[in-house]
Design a binder for this molecule. Structure first.
Ligand SMILES: *[C@@H]1O[C@H](CO)[C@@H](O)[C@H](O)[C@H]1NC(C)=O
Ligand SMILES: *[C@@H]1O[C@H](CO)[C@@H](O)[C@H](O)[C@H]1NC(C)=O
Ligand SMILES: *[C@@H]1O[C@H](CO)[C@@H](O)[C@H](O)[C@H]1NC(C)=O
Ligand SMILES: *[C@@H]1O[C@H](CO)[C@@H](O)[C@H](O)[C@H]1NC(C)=O
Ligand SMILES: *[C@@H]1O[C@H](CO)[C@@H](O)[C@H](O)[C@H]1NC(C)=O
Ligand SMILES: *[C@@H]1O[C@H](CO)[C@@H](O)[C@H](O)[C@H]1NC(C)=O
Length: 346
């Protein structure tokens, strides 16, 4: 094949020389071809260098040039500030209000439903719920990216979508909804698009387990007049749901708690280079200043946030597990023993 090609080149360029010094000609032609090839690579690289001195800078100039030249943005904030152009509507007078992208990363029954209603009570924030709860939106990375693009372009419509004056847009994403599975690609997306992560976990994983079992039970039992509810809005409803006391399998209890704990550790490690904040449900319950911290993190104007949701399980955990004494015995001496003692004084 190579020999054929050289003969071909020889025939075109040096029809006569070939008779006298075939080897020298071949070497010469080879050297010329190599030289041209190396030269072309150099040219290509140089133009690349000239084209993208700093991609970020160009993006920013673009954004400012178009419409929002006067928007003041601090240097370190540049990657996190966006001016989306939704397809479905115009941002009108807020077209130059910067928008921040966020995601609430959490686990089921860790207070994220309640937390999201608190955030959504802010006039400038839209958190669109558990959009990756639906399997078909997380079958592969390309469909995940497509969904994310839609949300962050303000083109995702849910009951939480606000108006053109949203200053922060996001949703909540459970660890087991494709986030761990595609963590590399998703982490890359978060960094590329300047997404902020709000980690929300629960310290007391035993209470989380009780809530998981109670919620799973209610899916079948439908204690509230035949409808299943994961979150409630009155103390009466909370009381009805809390009346169910699950029995925990003590054989697998410790390994389940450890598994959950390890998953949280992994998530924190995998996404640690994305801009983030770590919150715990228990801290928000007892310290509302945490909500100010969240608003500052998203650079939102501070507001008093409210939720109509009512906590389902209150009081000491001993009254919430039917085989509490076995559970107590099982956890004694383990690192999870303190889960038995903490109480909410609410
Ligand atoms: C990704 O999943 C979506 C549906 O969830 C499907 O329509 C699409 O064909 C899939 N793409 C690839 C590359 O598998
Ligand atoms: C928040 O929303 C209000 C009302 O829609 C709007 O006037 C204001 O400019 C928005 N603030 C930000 C920071 O976008
Ligand atoms: C069931 O419905 C009745 C009548 O609508 C209402 O009074 C009652 O509070 C409901 N019970 C629960 C547990 O929601
Ligand atoms: C507890 O879990 C183990 C392992 O899955 C299972 O073999 C056992 O039957 C369970 N015990 C009860 C009481 O359900
Ligand atoms: C409440 O939260 C704020 C913000 O994170 C923190 O600075 C403060 O120390 C907390 N207060 C208590 C009593 O933990
Ligand atoms: C929030 O509520 C507190 C007490 O009710 C009040 O002092 C404060 O001014 C309110 N802050 C805002 C931003 O509305």
């Amino acid at each position: 094949m190579a020999a054929e090609m050289f003969t071909f080149i020889k025939d075109i360029f040096v029809p006569k020389a070939s008779k006298r010094a075939p080897l020298r000609t071949v070497v010469l032609i080879f050297a010329v071809v190599c030289g041209l090839y190396i030269f072309s690579i150099c040219i290509k690289q140089q133009t690349n260098i000239f084209r993208q001195p700093n991609p970020l800078q160009i993006q920013v100039i673009d954004r400012r040039n178009r419409a929002c030249r006067n928007t003041q943005i601090e240097e370190e904030d540049i990657p996190y500030v966006h001016f989306p152009k939704p397809e479905a509507f115009s941002r009108q007078e807020c077209v130059c209000n910067p928008v921040r992208y966020f995601v609430i990363v959490s686990m089921q029954r860790s207070g994220s439903g309640w937390f999201e209603t608190l955030l959504n009570s802010h006039i400038n924030l839209s958190s669109n719920g558990e959009i990756f709860g639906a399997q078909e939106r997380r079958n592969n990375v390309s469909v995940i990216y497509k969904t994310l693009d839609k949300v962050y372009n303000l083109d995702w419509f849910s009951s939480a979508s606000k108006n053109e004056c949203s200053a922060a847009v996001g949703f909540k994403w459970m660890l087991n909804q494709g986030l761990m599975k595609y963590h590399e690609e998703i982490g890359e997306y978060f960094k590329r698009r300047g997404v902020n992560i709000i980690f929300l976990f629960r310290r007391n994983l035993l209470r989380r387990m009780v809530s998981l079992f109670a919620n799973a039970y209610d899916k079948e039992a439908k204690l509230l007049n035949g409808t299943h509810k994961s979150h409630v809005h009155s103390p009466h409803e909370a009381q009805v749901l809390a009346a169910y006391k699950p029995t925990l399998n003590t054989t697998v209890l410790v390994s389940h708690l450890r598994g959950t704990e390890q998953m949280v550790t992994k998530a924190l490690k995998w996404f640690k280079s994305t801009r983030h904040i770590v919150l715990y449900y228990e801290d928000i319950l007892t310290n509302r200043t945490k909500l100010v911290e969240v608003q500052d993190f998203l650079k939102l104007p501070r507001r008093n946030l409210t939720s109509l949701q009512v906590k389902i399980h209150r009081g000491p955990i001993s009254g919430q597990i039917s085989n509490f004494h076995d559970v107590q015995k099982t956890l004694k001496g383990t690192s999870y023993e303190n889960f038995l003692n903490t109480d909410y004084k609410l």
